[in-house]
Design a protein around this ligand. Structure first.
Ligand code: ADP
Ligand code: MG
Length: 324
């Protein structure tokens, strides 16, 4: 539904839907720059993620969930580094100033922002094909950022929550999978409203040796850790946690969704066996399950094994915007 008058201008739009009082930032929306003040001695962690219509979301997504997801995928990057969210900026291209869309989008966006104490401090607004680019700013103590490069041979490999449901939902939309209504709704929420594991990332500071958030598929993202850390890994593919909905499908399909699904926004991380109890404590503190799914090896190749320890052939790809 479009505002019948359709006269909402750029600055009215910003004022009405995106301007909120800031408390932690020194200066928010309204000037040429926002001003942030990290706590004394803390480092800034910065990350941007763009969401393009038809590429990162389907037009069937509600504005509210889209607002949530646009920020969630960015907070997930802060989580992967163990940073505490501070603020974010929002660059938005909109086909038209549709107030129904804007109201829902702002509601979903600010609900998640408030949950994480993360303030909208600026951005840009323009007319064009729907495109949402958020930059998040977080802080963390020097030397404690979780990086992709810290995995060491002998470390355990873990993943948070469960993976694969977002891919299952996508396949429902594509028409390749059929699910009963209630199951469809559950996996659809996983795809459209992921929960960034911010508390877990912070709890893993000083415990995990490396981390990444799973956005392009578990094995593909694991590959980034392995390359940056110059190590290999063995993954026990059947111990990768999955939902009850996904577990009803064939084993081949479960493996495809859990290992190569993408859009999961869970944390994949490593820690030495001596820190296993601390890893579980971090999960309890953050209120999310953490599951050991394998081990870091001294060198490549990446090996996949099943529950019986037999080798599983690798046929799993990772999402690449310029290859698919
Ligand atoms: P400039 O011309 O200096 O780029 P703009 O006129 O684009 O500034 O924006 C005016 C103010 O509104 C700035 O403080 C900018 O950060 C903010 N702003 C613009 N678009 C958004 C948005 N989508 N969300 C939040 N703040 C925005
Ligand atoms: Mg501008």
């Amino acid at each position: 539904m479009t505002n019948p008058a359709a006269t909402l201008g750029e600055f009215d739009l910003i004022a009405k839907y995106f301007t909120r009082p800031v408390r932690r930032a020194l200066l928010g929306i309204g000037d040429d720059c926002a001003l942030l003040q990290p706590a004394p001695g803390m480092q800034l962690a910065i990350s941007s993620d763009m969401l393009v219509d038809g590429r990162h979301f389907l037009s069937t997504v509600s504005p509210q969930r889209l607002g949530h997801k646009a920020l969630a995928v960015n907070l997930s990057d802060l989580a992967a580094c163990g940073a505490r969210p501070l603020a974010f900026s929002l660059a938005l291209a909109l086909p038209r100033a549709d107030e129904t869309f804007l109201a829902g989008f702002a509601q979903g966006l600010f609900a998640l922002a408030q949950e994480h104490g993360c303030e909208l401090v600026g951005g840009d607004t323009t007319q064009g094909p729907l495109n949402i680019c958020i930059t998040v700013f977080g802080e963390l103590p020097p030397g404690l950022a979780l990086l992709r490069s810290g995995a060491r041979a002998g470390d355990d490999l873990y993943v948070s929550g469960s993976v694969g449901d977002a891919r299952l939902a996508l396949e429902c939309f594509r028409g390749t999978v059929n699910l009963p209504g209630d199951q469809f709704e559950r996996v659809r929420v996983a795809m459209e409203q992921p929960q960034p594991r911010v508390a877990l990332g912070m709890a893993l500071r000083g415990v995990a040796t490396s981390a990444i958030d799973v956005s392009d598929g578990l094995l593909g993202d694991l590959g980034h850790i392995l390359r940056r850390s110059s190590v290999g890994a063995t993954v026990e593919v059947d111990s990768v946690p999955r939902s009850a909905v996904l577990a009803e499908h064939t084993l081949a399909w479960q493996r495809e969704c859990t290992l190569a699904g993408g859009d999961d926004y869970e944390l994949l991380f490593t820690a030495p066996p001596s820190r296993a109890a601390d890893v579980q404590a971090a999960g309890r503190q953050a209120g999310v399950a953490v599951t050991r799914i394998g081990r870091i090896e001294a060198s490549l190749p990446l090996q996949l094994i099943d529950a019986q320890g037999r080798s599983v052939p690798q046929r799993f790809g990772s999402f690449d915007h310029f290859k698919s």
